[in-house]
Ligand binder design. Sequence first.
Ligand code: KG4
Ligand code: ZN
Length: 343
Amino acid sequence: MRVLGVETSCDETGVAVYDSDTGLLAHLLYSQVKVHAEYGGVVPELASRDHVRKILPLIRQVLKDSGCGFADIGGIAYTAGPGLVGALMVGASVARAMAYAWNVPAIGVHHMEGHLLAPMLEANPPAFPFLALLVSGGHTQLVEVKGVGQYRILGESLDDAAGEAFDKTAKMLDLDYPGGPEVAKLAERGNSERFRFPRPMTDRPGLDFSFSGLKTFTLNTIAEHRQADGMPDDQTMADIACAFQDAVVDTLVIKCRRAIEQTGLHTLVIAGGVSANKLLRQRLETDMARRGAKVFYARHEFCTDNGAMIAYAGCQRMLAGQGDDLAIRAVPRWPMDTLAPVL
Ligand code: KG4
Ligand code: ZN
């Protein structure tokens, strides 16, 4: 079965064609980073308008790249949530309308399920069951995964998501949006011995996270080292980025370690934008290897938002006979543990 995937939940328009026999045939991504950069974050209305501009040319091109005519497409998967409602509506209405015109099924996919399954697109995919650490701009969750759609949330952030904390820290350090990769780059020049930031909620049992206090700690450290121009010197900024990244990564590693011990699982999947972070990958790999567990993640471009993960997730559900009615679905808030299992 060949499935066209459409992702428009935030600031990237992603499209892809996935074939259940041969794998990914083509994928394209248009990032709106430049549109939002001057505002220091995503402006929802501008995001929706840019999706409208880009979605049809991208779909036309991805069909061409995959060598598919519309008669070759057996179904359309689109991100139905969670995300920005206007942005979601663009992908949902285009996908649903095309499916109606082509007389094929359409399915609304959960964005975080897409992230969670993205490592399945790699040559050496993880086997169920596994523990998943989902770390994106909007979510930080530890999930026990028994199969597609069989999710038990073990812990999650009580306030900011890990990616959001990176983005806010970048803003405080006067770095560009999106901040995660910028903070990581600056941290490479930092001295990890100079500051030690707290590891929130690691001193008590449980698998929940909290990153907003870390943000305040960062702000206070910047204020303490402010110079005449209002910012700390370059080296201090790098040292702060380094201490911040260390604290987030350490906190995530500690919680993954706990979850692996608690569940007895031997496979850890990391997914979502922050799973592209090099230090996080390295530290988790070292720590998990010590416990006889293996870490899986997607290639860099499939860690952040993309259409391939949506095509893949939708395809799994369609192969199991699932599909939606004619409604156009856009669900800004949608708990992942309410999804139907694929048995
Ligand atoms: O999954 P994603 O593309 O979008 C959401 O679903 O939110 O994640 C985007 C988030 C942003 O907060 C971005 O700063 C962060 O992932 N990110 C990173 C890195 N690359 C992206 N954070 C830390 N290190 C990175 N290398
Ligand atoms: Zn995402």
